[in-house]
Design a protein around this ligand. Structure first.
Ligand SMILES: [Zn+2]
Length: 118
């Protein structure tokens, strides 16, 4: 259910970027979904479809979601490690739980392809 808020803010970013680049109709939107978020890909797709259907800008756009691993930095050994399991927030090198998430905890718009106003 909390995907709805994430999708709404993602759409605000998409609308802003489209306006900035004079895109009148988005065709493909590439986004990254980090494994450390608790968002489910199918729920993001579902809410996007519902909201996009109401908007001429996004109506026919394809949302392409790429799942990306998380990256942790360990505060004890300073190591950086890529992880794919959001339930294991520990450093695999020294077993410290004092880790800091560097990447993989957001839903990020990478780029938007669309048709410009002519
Ligand atoms: Zn460590």
């Amino acid at each position: 259910m909390h995907e709805l808020a994430a999708v709404k803010s993602m759409i605000r970013i998409i609308e802003y970027e489209c306006a900035k680049n004079s895109i009148m109709r988005a065709v493909m939107i590439n986004v990254e979904l980090g494994v450390l978020t608790t968002y489910r890909k199918d729920a993001v797709e579902y809410y996007f479809k519902i909201i996009a259907d109401e908007k001429p800008l996004l109506k026919d756009a394809v949302l392409n979601i790429k799942i990306v691993n998380g990256v942790l930095e360990c505060k004890d050994c300073a190591g950086r490690v890529e992880i794919s399991d959001p339930h294991l927030l520990i450093c695999p090198k020294c077993d410290s739980i004092d880790v800091h998430i560097i990447e993989g905890n957001d839903l990020r718009v990478l780029n938007i392809h669309g048709e410009k106003d002519v």
